[in-house]
Design a protein around this ligand. Structure first.
Ligand SMILES: [Fe+2]
Ligand SMILES: [Fe+2]
Length: 333
């Protein structure tokens, strides 16, 4: 490899560890260029067989053969992919957060999501249709409607062959406010849930600035997201043989999020909420959601549409009163 091996600081936090990947069930994302996010480190641990890995850094592409027993740190932003492997290959991926860039605020890119969205007010279904028609691929709009357009939005999503999605934010006085977006191709479950995390983090950024409306949006978007996971995704995942330890750990963290959300004025609660949300979203996107997608393959298309079309919901109750116990932060096999 061109770049010298580097490691995160000793004060790193392990956020999670993948299941044991084998040659027979490698996730496709590992076979394409990808990289750990800002302040994230990955650790590739080879338990058996051989993996041929390419690294892409400032010096270009280099290739390395990793044998059983090898462990490699992958720095934030370093692009890498698996290009070959033998049938005996078995490995895990750990995800760590570097404490030198602790989550003091949501990631800037995500925080900008709501601030930069084009805002439009509508009063009829016909005006909603005009807004949606005018959305180009990759664009999004913040729609403030004087009526509840949930049903019309569901129909528009169905007609769009999955290219449209929405994130309802508030429904007050008979009106409805939502972020609507159009993609160039059908939005899959991983992409939608990642977008939903981004909306929650963006609302949080506004709430921390003291914006009361963003706080309201944060409550609503988090409530809906937790219903998607706890009432829709996780039960189906467990019924399909999913990892109960991962679900228990994530639900425990949800309870802590609910607990600290009510106390965001307190600096200690605010810090815990930020740290918890940061690691939680990462674990789900990198480790848990890909496993859910694999296990729910037969019903995934319908499940995804039902989830994307879901309207505003109330905050689900805390499953158990464990909020004074520190959360389990690392789902393990
Ligand atoms: Fe979650
Ligand atoms: Fe989530």
């Amino acid at each position: 490899m061109n770049s010298a091996p580097v490691e995160p600081s000793a004060s790193r936090r392990q956020l999670g560890r993948s299941r044991l990947y084998t040659a027979a069930d490698l996730p496709s994302r590992l076979l394409n260029w990808h990289a750990p996010r800002a302040n994230r480190w990955e650790r590739l641990c080879i338990e058996a067989g051989t993996l041929q890995v390419q690294w892409l850094d400032a010096d270009g592409v280099s290739e390395e053969s990793l044998q059983a027993g090898a462990a490699r740190w992958i720095a934030p932003g370093l692009r890498w992919q698996i290009v070959a492997f033998d049938e005996a290959a078995r490995f895990t991926l750990e995800i760590h957060a570097d404490e030198s860039t602790t989550a003091a605020a949501p990631l800037p890119l995500r925080a900008a999501l709501l601030d930069e969205a084009h805002c439009v007010a509508i009063g009829t279904v016909a005006e909603l249709a005009q807004v949606l028609d005018a959305l180009s691929a990759g664009a999004r709009s913040l729609v403030r409607a004087s009526f509840d357009f949930s049903a019309a939005m569901g129909e528009a999503i169905a007609r769009s062959k999955g290219r449209l999605c929405w994130h309802p934010l508030a429904g007050d006085g008979g009106g409805l406010t939502a972020l609507v977006a159009r993609a160039g191709q059908a939005i899959d479950l991983l992409e939608y849930l990642g977008r939903d995390h981004a909306v929650i983090e963006a609302a949080l950024a506004g709430a921390l600035r003291g914006d009361g409306e963003r706080m309201h949006w944060l409550r609503n978007s988090l409530a809906r997201h937790l219903v998607i996971e706890e009432a829709m995704l996780f039960p189906a995942y467990l019924a399909a043989g999913g990892n109960p330890g991962w679900v228990r750990g994530l639900c425990n963290e949800h309870n802590h999020l609910r607990h600290h959300l009510d106390r965001l004025d307190d600096p200690g609660s605010q810090r815990r909420f930020l740290l918890l949300l940061d690691g939680h979203d990462e674990k789900e996107e990198q480790i848990v959601y890909p496993d859910i997608v694999e296990r729910l393959a037969h019903t995934l298309a319908q499940d995804t549409r039902t989830i994307i079309e879901l309207g505003l919901v109330g905050m689900p109750p805390t499953a158990s009163d464990e909020a004074d116990v520190e959360p389990v932060t690392a789902p393990r096999d």
